[in-house]
Design a protein around this ligand. Structure first.
Ligand code: AMP
Ligand code: MG
Length: 341
């Protein structure tokens, strides 16, 4: 009997150590100019879980120090102020965001343009002195936005023309989400939801086999209710829309996504584009690019990017998706519907 009880205890102990109860831990901070949140479920102690969360946020803070276009100083600002004169060394673990940004510039024929910095600064949308810049200033700034003048080699980055300015705001949130996901996985966190200002990466799911469920919100409302929901696991979603940062003047909405051909905010029949991809950086860059390109050209681009899905929301409340993806979505707000064709 003693023997039996000892074995039973051992089995219970083994079971408990193999499958500890998964507890929720979460943390939210303001970094990269946006709200960054991570929630996770783990059998680790609260202290250990928070050590992992701290490691992830420390990395994001580090990214901010390298990539910010708005802080007093950053590696990116050094690159910009060295334009036309000096190549600037960039850490090996930061270089991939620059090379990936250039990749998307080349694959979108500049619709995604990391050299858009000068134009972004002119508009300053989302900041105190946002304004419609004089046309002459826009035309002048457009001369400094050729992404083919960005040279990346041997761990350095060089902007060939003095006056050029990089802005990685359209890919940095995704890159940060990818880095946070890597830190989660390296530390044995297998169930987490990482949300960097709306660019979301899902690892695993919630307890009891439940998936992570994410929403795509009403593009025209600042605090909109979700209009669509979908499950997300092992993938990322990024949404770009004309609703995130904007001001209105004379009935026209001036938002933060710039058409690099004109230097003005994009105007088309889209209110948002959401991209699903294995990489959050790719989802982020592609959602901005597809918003600039418009529906037809975005579909052409996406057909060359395996593993991506997209949801387009139009200004007449219709929704279109890449082939076959409609069935993954659940409409919550009945004012919206899938387009007939
Ligand atoms: P997102 O919210 O990811 O679509 O990125 C928008 C941000 O990217 C803006 O606030 C700008 O900093 C920058 N941006 C604006 N237009 C472009 C563009 N055409 N290509 C690349 N970055 C852009
Ligand atoms: Mg983006």
């Amino acid at each position: 009997m003693k023997h039996f009880l000892a074995s039973l205890l051992l089995v219970i102990l083994l079971f408990a150590s193999c499958k500890p109860a998964e507890k929720k831990e979460s943390c939210t901070v303001f970094l990269l100019g946006t709200v960054c949140g991570i929630q996770l479920f783990t059998g680790k102690s609260q202290k250990d879980a928070h050590t992992v969360l701290t490691a992830a946020f420390t990395r994001i803070e580090q990214l901010e120090r390298h990539l910010s276009a708005n802080a007093a100083e950053s590696t990116l600002i050094t690159v910009n102020t060295s334009a036309g004169s000096t190549a600037v060394s960039i850490p090996a673990d930061i270089e991939p965001i620059f090379t990936r940004a250039l990749f998307f510039a080349e694959h979108t024929n500049g619709a995604f343009n990391p050299a858009i910095g000068g134009i972004v600064k002119l508009w300053n949308i989302g900041f105190e002195n946002e304004r419609i810049p004089p046309e002459t200033a826009i035309n002048h700034a457009l001369n400094y936005t050729d992404y083919r003048d960005i040279a990346i080699s041997g761990g350095t980055i060089f902007l060939k023309k003095a006056g050029m300015k990089l802005d990685l705001g359209a890919i940095a949130k995704g890159f940060a989400a990818d880095q946070a996901a890597l830190i989660m996985k390296q530390n044995g966190i297998m169930n987490a939801l990482i949300d960097i200002g709306g660019t979301i990466t899902a690892i695993g799911g919630r307890p009891q086999g439940k998936p992570w469920i994410i929403g795509i919100r009403d593009p025209r409302k600042r605090q909109g209710e979700p209009i669509l929901s979908t499950t997300l696991s092992g993938r990322s979603i990024s949404t770009s829309g004309s609703y995130e940062r904007y001001f209105e003047q004379d009935g026209i909405r001036y938002h933060h996504i710039i058409d690099p051909k004109t230097g003005y905010p994009v105007r088309n029949n889209l209110v948002s584009v959401s991209i699903f991809s294995d990489s959050a950086a790719d989802a982020d860059a592609l959602s901005t690019a597809c918003f600039v390109l418009g529906y037809e050209n975005a579909l052409k681009l996406l057909s060359t990017m395996p593993g991506t899905d997209a949801v387009f929301i139009f200004d007449d409340n219709t929704i279109r998706t890449t082939a076959g993806f409609e069935s993954s979505l659940h409409i919550i707000n009945e004012d919206f519907s899938f387009a007939a064709t």
